[in-house]
Design a protein around this ligand. Structure first.
Ligand code: 6MZ
Length: 374
């Protein structure tokens, strides 16, 4: 943590906002704008499906314990799980990340069957992909065939001239989440769907959901299948203490891990020796109690040990944060300088699940970033 000119809080906030950033851990339904949730709740309230006032209070509440989060997700799913709404929230989430200079975004979401809505896992994902295609505010690079590599390589970071208007560019990729409530067979369906949709921006598998629900053995066959198919995997690990599962996850050795809050000394040692990149979610971990405070968050230990890591939001809607804010929190809590923050953002490129062409393009975007940021 080196010494640079002292900057005001406001200047640091603006700088973190302007910084090109890579987001690797963002759940679609956790990233929905409050204004959209309220609008959807009002519509369902008017139809008598829910009581709007009760839902409004829950959406606007600030603190979120871990059990509360999962109750809220069930509510969000009531509000968002129809095809048109899934398309809408996907579009908005991409636009929101792009607006704060995220240049590469991996959105993860749980494909859902919902008979009452005529929804299958496949049709849910088609609605997500449709949302990506509807983004207008920014230029979305989604599929390999869409890569305009030369153009991207020569462009300024996240900004491109489009006529006389400047249009931002963002790479978006999708991870399919297995919910811990699912059966082995449902988890296998999700992995097979990921394989089917690999030419539509799907590049990985995630295991998530309420960490006190379910058993590792239930998901293992699906995760093993994904591994055999060569699909990159990220796993939520240690959001709560669970020695047996943490050990099994580390033995499984996925490409990335989320959270890693409640590890004991032996598990820490093992994680560090395996060098598995960690998706760090500061605000989420402090709110849900996975970390005792920002100051005591395990970010500092991993950062000082030069462990591969990347700052992420987890659920920017649910936790009222943004990726820029997570960088700002690291700056103000742990005293990282602008050049250290820039390096942190740039290092995340190594851990993206997209291919080398995309990585090369992202590296160029950092290389050509505005000189005032470096
Ligand atoms: C574990 C989480 C999570 O998939 O419907 N999810 N799982 N820990 C967390 N930390 C707070 N935050 C979100 O997005 C919502 C789903 O993502 C998972 C949960 O399964 C939640 O239902 P999608 O788009």
């Amino acid at each position: 943590m080196d010494t640079e000119r002292k900057v005001s809080a406001e200047e640091m906030r603006e700088w973190c906002f302007a910084l090109p950033k890579v987001e690797l851990h963002a759940h679609l339904n956790g990233s929905v704008r409050n204004s959209t949730l309220l609008e959807l709740a009002k519509q369902l309230g008017d139809k008598g499906v829910i009581v709007f006032e009760d839902v409004m209070d829950v959406i606007m509440k600030n603190g979120r314990s871990l059990p509360e989060c999962f109750k809220l997700f069930d509510l969000f799913h009531i509000l968002t799980t129809d095809h048109d709404t899934v398309t809408r929230i996907t579009k908005e989430v991409v636009e929101d990340f792009a607006a704060e200079n995220v240049i590469y975004l991996e959105i993860r979401t749980t494909p859902k069957n919902n008979e009452a809505k005529g929804m299958t896992k496949r049709s849910y994902m088609n609605a997500v992909v449709k949302g990506l295609k509807q983004v207008e505010a920014v230029d979305v690079a989604l599929f390999d065939s869409n890569f305009r590599t030369n153009e991207t390589l020569n462009s300024q970071p996240a900004i491109e001239l489009d006529g006389d208007k400047k249009k931002k560019k963002i790479y978006v990729r999708l991870l399919l989440s297995i919910d811990r409530r699912e059966t082995t067979s449902a988890a296998l369906d999700t992995v097979n769907l990921a394989m089917e949709m690999k030419d539509q921006g799907v590049i990985g598998i995630d295991l998530s959901g309420n960490p006190v629900v379910g058993e590792w053995e239930t998901y293992l066959p699906a995760l093993q299948h994904a591994k055999e198919l060569g699909i990159p995997i990220t796993i939520h690990c240690g959001e709560v203490a669970n020695k047996k599962e943490i050990q099994a996850v580390l033995d499984f050795c996925p490409q990335r891990l989320g959270h890693v809050c409640c590890l004991n000394d032996i598990e820490w040692k093992k994680l560090k020796s395996l060098m598995i990149p960690v998706e760090i979610c500061l605000t989420s971990n402090v709110m849900t109690g996975g970390a005792p405070s920002l100051e005591l968050h395990h970010f500092a230990d991993l950062y000082n040990a030069r462990h591969p890591l990347s700052l992420c939001t987890d659920d920017c809607g649910l936790f009222s944060t943004s990726l820029s804010n997570e960088y700002y929190l690291v700056a103000t809590t742990f005293g990282l300088s602008k050049s250290e923050l820039f390096q942190l953002a740039q290092d995340a490129v190594q851990f993206v699940f997209a291919d080398d062409v995309v990585k090369k393009s992202l590296k160029q975007m950092f290389k050509h970033a505005d000189k005032s940021l470096v």
